[in-house]
Design a protein. Structure first.
Length: 317
């Protein structure tokens, strides 16, 4: 594709990022490879919703400015790291999609297999540990993830999405944020059901073979869990030890167990040293003397948990 067409595309996708609320104000930056092998990128401090031809410049692969006004994006090191690690890509879009970023702040992993279409085309979205924006540290930190993924989240910051062209990189960004919205809505409604691990692996292997992906991931298409982390059961942050997911019924069951346990504790306290004190004694506010022994608390909790489990048909139900 000619440079003229690539410039027009970059302006179009920058505007779309803003219109789709994937970034605001001066956030984010885009880049793509030119036929010469140099990099066309957005300049620092420009509003992507109103991006014009004057906001684009050309740098070489070491980051040296070749053409254009102003300075290249402050996140150029990150873009260059992507091209270094992935000779198969031609574009990088960095934005601050709000729901996806909120997942990182809430420490809820998006490296989960929830939507079949997303597992098929994108796999899971990992989160890279926090590093200061625009630094070599951040660029270096994303390198191992770039080799394995086309969509990556950076803790407390934003997304890096790669593709063979700007359209593909933009689609990966949109898909990430759409997945975050659906997942958040499901969580608000009561819980998220993971895909069964066997189905997730089957879909992912099929997707890598049919649609491709990072070469390192494609090479693992026939591995026991394809390129998925422990078949989507080893994710961090979601605190979900059960691959079938924590649904509303499980949440409600846990709420009942905790409520029952609290009632038992109240009963135990009422029957303990406090109840036997003279009425004139001031109410105890805290301290071991006002509570039953720790073993009694533990026994009460264990009794309630066992009672709830047996009422539900046993562990794992
Ligand atoms: Zn950023």
């Amino acid at each position: 594709m000619h440079e003229r067409q690539l410039r027009e595309q970059m302006i179009r996708f920058a505007h779309l990022c803003y219109e789709r609320r994937l970034l605001v104000a001066m956030d984010g930056n885009l880049s793509c490879l030119l036929p010469s092998g140099d990099v066309l990128c957005t300049k620092a401090g420009c509003h992507k919703g109103f991006l014009t031809e004057d906001d684009l410049l050309v740098v070489d692969r070491s980051g040296r400015k070749l053409r254009g006004n102003g300075q290249p994006t402050s996140e150029l090191l990150m873009h260059l790291a992507c091209y270094d690690e992935r000779p198969d890509i031609g574009a990088v879009v960095h934005a601050h999609p709000p729901i996806s970023v909120a997942f990182t702040i809430a420490n809820v992993s998006m490296a989960r297999c929830v939507l079949p279409e997303v597992v098929l085309t994108l796999g899971v979205v990992p989160t890279v540990d926090y590093a200061t924006t625009g630094t070599q540290t951040l660029a270096d930190r994303i390198r191992p993830f770039v080799r394995q993924h086309d969509a990556i989240l950076m803790d407390r910051h934003g997304a890096v999405c790669l593709g063979k062209d700007l359209l593909t990189a933009f689609c990966n960004l949109e898909t990430m944020e759409h997945t975050a919205l659906i997942t958040k809505t499901a969580r608000d409604l009561g819980g998220v059901k993971e895909l069964p691990p066997a189905e997730a692996v089957k879909l992912r292997a099929l997707g890598l073979k049919r649609y491709g992906g990072p070469p390192d991931a494609v090479a693992r298409a026939d591995a026991p869990t394809a390129d998925l982390p422990s078949a989507c059961t080893g994710c961090s942050g979601c605190a979900n030890p059960d691959p079938s997911g924590v649904g509303p019924s499980a949440n409600l069951r846990m709420a009942r167990v905790v409520t029952q346990a609290l009632h038992s504790l109240q009963d135990a306290v009422a029957a303990g040293p406090i109840a036997s004190r003279p009425a004139a004694a001031p109410p105890a506010r805290s301290g071991a003397a006002a509570l039953p022994p720790a073993s009694a608390i533990e026994d009460a909790l264990v009794d309630e948990v066992l009672r709830a489990i047996s009422a539900q048909g046993g562990p794992g139900h």
